[in-house]
Design a protein around this ligand. Structure first.
Ligand code: BGC
Length: 793
């Protein structure tokens, strides 16, 4: 009996228990095996070449769909990533899942429909983390959640919470940081914000999915300590603080087992150790074996196909899968469904307040942009600066976010020159026309990407070479210059350490040289704006411009948000949640990223090959726990811009550090006064690091264990910031005993403006070891990993 035939015949029960009216256990008890198996598998996804479906289940020509398509339920929200089956006889409604971290990703237009369904493109994750402001991130989440709700979706497939292990990961822009503490806290705020609208989130990609190359086949070999302290910790914090409705397992294998088939990961760690109460779904087409996935605690397979349903039914019938396991998976999904707007019958409007949300994104973006350099108070621009020359392609063609499933279909985006215009600046028209013509001609000459390739965007356009007369003329006729450098990346591919990607191109270097020479000769200022989703090389050119603003990718209002900072309407208060190394070779994972492909007969030219590679591959995380600043600070490698760094238009003084006690028992409070000592209002991010004794376990020199952002402080105004440390803040993971241990000894609390700009410190002692938490024996690698060992302190 084929599955597709069965699916049309199920769920017709008139009497019997109904979800919502009867306990979930009764509903599960009344379900047939067929019904259970169809609930744990999504309804599929339209791939290239498949007939389109609309709500009448008819194809583009208006004829009823034929074949397997005919039996698939109609699309409920066009362009949403996935849907689940409904079983009306049991009161079970479908659920609609939509990407992604930077906003809702659905089709903006629909056939035979004059309405539009645009969504707000919010700032990318990396920018949101750079705000270090959990309240602000909650507000962004709430606005995003409202669009999920009003466009008829149930769960947002985000936030993305993987650790930025290496600056070249193609999806870093979707992720928050190289540090798990800020990742977990910003992630929890996002979950709370989105879910406050009565819709769900799916924190992803769980776990150790830190590269895109061969992402479906990559075996990540990593020690349990590095997993626990770095790669799992952010997820743990988000789960325990915010209990997201769902978790999305990742594509990769961890120590030999697919994440979605990994019982250690999804049952022992996620549920037993952390107490996760929701359900787990796979990443799209992730993993191989539906039965192993069910057994591991991966409750739902997305986007789903009928073969998976059949495999589950067969396995139960053949005694290979205990139906009780399936009952658990089903119970978890139904428990989540009870909270969903579609189940509750919410009448969505398809009309979220996009104007209000544009304000949210404009403000959030300006709070996460980072002032990297500002010699002689170049910024904010003086009142006399009115005429600006905007150099660089990206000044005219702003990058609002990355590519792939993390991209959003927004109604408009504000370019830099539009933003400058809105702020009252005059952007030089001659230069503008030159760029317009150049960009138009170059774009016309490029092949159009279609299908999956279109999702990846088209690579950067080379900068045109501008002769010195033009630049000189600009220096003569304008008051200041801006040079925008742009980079984009996304799903399915990693970035490269080459010119035009991590490194600047020769033309970009030349442009910076020529523009700064000519403007400086006339005593005029040059500002470089970095419109990027992940670090680029800065050390070789950063001395040249007068100011550098790291704008990240700020969503649809990027141009306005940048102009708000340049004009001084907003004081920059973002700080780096990721290190900018001097050179790529300094990155601790430079020699192992993204991994190595293993000998195989397989060809890399399947249907998806252009979009992503999928050859057997492995990577060994021999950097262990020394990721990001944990490495740079411990191994004395000087970065170009360190973790936690960021300037303001004002200055802050830190004073009066106080500990509630100099002996630690259960918890300890740290207070610090932060005073605005400059002449304009501003906000300061204060970071709390701990230096722990390295007795039995080696430890990074510093680890972030708290952060706080002041309110907007007027000149002369102070605020007392309070941080609380618990025994977990002092603990490291001791693998042999599977226990988080806080070792006895002296601890130094360091509060500062960056990881290298510590302004106040104090110490306390812990008189005896605290065994903070014993966890399950999980995820051990099968081989010994030769991990980095820190220099003796
Ligand atoms: C991505 C996920 C995304 C899913 C659905 C996958 O390719 O890895 O992040 O949520 O597609 O679009």
């Amino acid at each position: 009996m084929s599955v597709s035939l069965c699916l049309t015949g199920i769920s017709q029960k008139a009497a019997g228990p109904k979800l919502g009216k009867d306990p979930v256990s009764k509903v599960v008890a009344a379900m047939t095996l067929q019904e259970k198996a169809s609930l744990v598998v999504g309804t599929g996804m339209r791939m290239m070449g498949m007939p389109r479906r609309d709500s009448t289940n008819r194809n583009r020509r208006g004829n009823a769909n034929q074949g397997p398509e005919a039996n698939r339920p109609p699309v409920l929200v066009q362009g949403a990533a996935g849907t689940t089956y409904s079983l009306p006889g049991l009161g079970i409604t479908p659920m609609v899942y939509t990407d992604g971290p930077a906003g809702v990703r659905i089709s903006p237009t629909r056939p035979n429909d004059d309405n539009t369904y645009y969504c707000t493109a919010f700032p990318v994750g990396t920018l949101l983390a750079s705000t270090w402001d959990v309240d602000l991130v909650k507000k962004v989440g709430q606005a995003m959640g409202n669009e999920v709700l009003e466009y008829g979706c149930d769960v947002l497939l985000g936030p993305g919470m993987n650790i930025q292990r290496n600056p070249l990961c193609g999806r870093n822009f979707e992720y928050y940081s190289e540090d798990p503490y800020i990742t977990g806290n910003i992630g929890a705020a996002m979950v709370e914000g989105v879910e406050s609208e009565g819709v769900g989130t799916s924190i992803k990609h769980f776990d150790a999915n830190n590269a895109e190359t061969d992402r479906n086949t990559l075996n990540t070999i990593v020690s349990e300590r590095a997993l626990r302290e770095i790669y799992l910790e952010g997820f743990r914090i988000a789960v325990q603080k915010a209990q997201p409705w769902t978790v999305m397992s990742s594509y990769n294998l961890i120590n030999g087992t697919y994440a979605s088939e990994n019982h250690d990961l999804l049952t022992n760690v996620l549920r037993k150790d952390w107490g996760f109460k929701g359900y787990v779904m796979t990443d799209w087409f992730g993993g191989k074996d539906p039965v192993a996935q069910m057994q591991a605690g991966n409750d739902q397979l997305m986007p789903g196909n009928p073969n998976q349903i059949q495999a589950i039914i067969d396995a139960v019938n053949e005694g290979k899968l205990d139906e009780k396991v399936l009952d658990k998976n089903v119970t978890r999904i139904l428990t989540g469904m009870l909270m969903s707007p579609r189940f509750k019958g919410y009448k969505y409007t398809n009309k979220p307040d996009l104007v209000a949300h544009a304000e949210v994104t404009r403000k959030a973006a300006s709070e996460g942009m980072i002032l990297l350099k500002n010699t002689s108070s170049t910024l904010p621009f003086d009142k006399e600066i009115k005429n600006i020359a905007a150099f660089g392609n990206t000044s005219y063609s702003i990058i609002t976010g990355g590519t792939g499933s993390g991209d959003v279909n927004e109604a408009y985006s504000v370019s830099l020159i539009e933003g400058l215009g809105n702020a009252g600046y005059k952007v030089n028209g001659d230069l503008n026309s030159l760029y317009d013509t150049y960009l138009k001609l170059t774009k016309e000459g490029r092949p159009r990407r279609r299908g999956f390739m279109a999702m990846m965007g088209s690579g950067p356009i080379d900068e045109m070479s501008l002769n010195n007369d033009i630049i000189n003329g600009m220096a003569e006729n304008t008051d200041a210059a801006i040079i925008t450098i742009g980079r984009n990346s996304g799903e399915g591919r990693d970035r490269k350490n080459v010119k035009g990607d991590f490194q600047l191109t020769d033309q970009e270097q030349q442009l910076i040289k020529d523009v700064t020479t000519d403007y400086h000769a006339k005593n005029k200022k040059v500002v470089v704006i970095l419109n990027i989703g992940g670090p680029v090389e800065t050390a070789s050119w950063k001395d040249l411009p007068d100011a550098i603003l790291l704008a990240w990718q700020g969503g649809q209002e990027t141009g306005n948000s940048i102009a708000d900072i340049l004009s001084g309407k907003v004081d920059p208060s973002g700080k780096l949640a990721v290190t900018f190394p001097v050179k790529y070779e300094d990155v601790p994972s430079a020699s192992t990223f993204p991994g190595k492909e293993l000998p195989t007969d397989q060809q890399a030219n399947g249907p998806m090959a252009a979009f992503q590679r999928s050859l057997p591959a492995e990577v060994t995380y021999n950097d262990g726990i020394y990721v990001g600043y944990r490495y740079y600070e411990t191994f004395n490698v000087k970065p170009s811009y360190e973790f936690g760094y960021g300037l303001s238009y004002t200055t802050f003084d830190y004073s009066n550090i106080k500990l509630s006690s100099t002996r630690f028992s259960k918890s300890l409070t740290v207070t610090v006064d932060v005073k605005n000592t400059g002449s304009v209002e501003g906000k300061e991010v204060a970071e709390l690091y701990i230096t722990a004794p390295a007795k039995e376990l080696d430890k990074p020199v510093i680890e972030l264990k708290g952060f706080a952002k002041t309110r907007l402080l007027q000149p002369g105004e102070s605020q007392k910031l309070t941080f609380t440390l618990d025994s977990r803040s002092l603990a490291s993971f001791d693998t042999p005993s599977e226990t988080w241990v806080a070792e006895a000894g002296q601890y130094v609390v360091k509060v500062g403006a960056s990881s290298e700009d510590i302004r106040q410190s104090a110490s306390f002692t812990l008189s005896r070891d605290i065994r903070v938490k014993k966890v399950t024996n999980s995820l051990a690698p099968k081989v010994t990993i030769d991990e980095l060992k820190p220099p003796v302190r």
